[in-house]
Design a protein around this ligand. Sequence first.
Ligand SMILES: Cc1cc2nc3c(=O)[nH]c(=O)nc-3n(C[C@H](O)[C@H](O)[C@H](O)COP(=O)(O)OP(=O)(O)OC[C@H]3O[C@@H](n4cnc5c(N)ncnc54)[C@H](O)[C@@H]3O)c2cc1C
Length: 473
Amino acid sequence: MVDEELETDYLVVGAGAAGMAFTDALLTHSDATVTMVDRRYAPGGHWIDAYPYVRLHQPSAFYGVSSVPLGQDALDVAGTNAGYYELAGADEIRAYFAQVMHRRFLPCGRVRYFPGSEYLGENRFVSRLTQESWKVRVRRKLVDTTYLEGSIPATSAPPFEVADGVRCIPAGEIARIRERPERFVVIGAGKTALDTCVWLLEQDVPASSIRWIKPREAWWLNRRFHQPHALLPDLYRSIAIQLEAMAQATSVQDLFARLETEAFFLRIDPGVAPTMLHGAVISEAELGLLRRIENVVRLGHVRRIARDEIVLDEGRVPTSEGSVHVHCAARGLSRHPLRPIFEPGRVTVQPFMWGFACYQFAMLGVVEATVQSDEEKNRLCPPIAYWDANTDYLSAFLASLANGRAQAAYPALANWAKDTRLNPLGGIAHYRDAPSVIDARERIKRAGAAAAGNLVQLLKANTAQPRGTRQAH
Ligand SMILES: Cc1cc2nc3c(=O)[nH]c(=O)nc-3n(C[C@H](O)[C@H](O)[C@H](O)COP(=O)(O)OP(=O)(O)OC[C@H]3O[C@@H](n4cnc5c(N)ncnc54)[C@H](O)[C@@H]3O)c2cc1C
């Protein structure tokens, strides 16, 4: 079949949060035209296939695209998020991205959107439904939001063997289960497993009916310190807490110990040293629920589930045909070699600082539209890997400090960062006279420089340690 041809300034591959936030910023800060391509049938990326009981782990207030608010900024009064600002669920997020596409992007006349279409490389894509194919002449850049695409249980097979006759289902399927199984065996240590355990407990499944197979223990961020609006002063205070701990810590372990004492970092099992840090935020109420689960298996990764036993890296545990095994073990975010984010003819979306995803995605769009050369853009946004181990928090935090300083040279960018709803700290000026904010400001000033210097030393010392004793994995 002959390719249809079309022309555009930017060809954005992926209409997930990254593609949407980046495009929104381009539309606001330039007159560019954009063509968006995604193999999924609607905008929203992984949220289209997410498990039904998923919610954002951070407030809706700073998720999505900059120009369209998400949610009503309501405080939850019930459940594990009580007292905190609302967290959108999957339905709301899907509706939100559809609204952004159909009420903002398409009506502005500068965006063309091709859902259900596979990008083939070389600026070509094909419709999955009609097999019609397109060749795009890209005047400015290809924007690849798929370089670090994660995998989720609903669309990826479990990374272990499952024998015939074993009941093993992806996370979301437990919401549709018909008969109560003998036991729920939750496999995975990340956010999906955590959400699954919390949801089961909220449905009054007894903790004794849940077995949790955790290859690693994780650090979680306390939701108390990640709130907007009236609760923003606590978020600001957490910057002071982190900088002081960073300035004073004598090792990576000591830094985490200090931040745990301040309740900034949380762990579910106080007896196990966490080696994993994915940056997800949980409430202390969720923590309380999760601590009820006593049947925790720590024998490494699952290799095979047979009808009567589960084989792991470091041992075996019995199971039964009456148990349902819940696959929460998708790879999550990818870790590919870093490449410059901005190159001639190409933007490769990657994280470049510690912080929530959408703020970073949108900032890349603003940088692309408002900063002149690729060299300058890369100086502002040098890529870092998505965090996975404890030390990644230190390097990502250092990158944030550097990004904050570099922004000062770009007033358009600095002003945007101050005003956008996606920047959790953006609104702090409204509370500048609150005593706790005045106090935190002084503490931040006092600890800032020493924190940056000590973080560099801590990372160096950690790398110098013999393998096996490093605080990493
Ligand atoms: C369960 C869960 C909860 C999360 N909660 C939060 C949260 O609260 N806050 C937060 O900041 N982050 C959260 N995240 C992190 C999440 O990575 C980001 O929020 C964000 O949604 C990622 O968006 P993305 O566009 O980078 O990736 P995706 O959503 O994966 O989108 C990439 C898109 O690219 C498309 N694509 C890939 N290859 C091709 C191709 N060849 N042709 C066409 N299309 C292609 C895919 O179909 C997909 O739609 C969460 C992640 C998960 C899994």
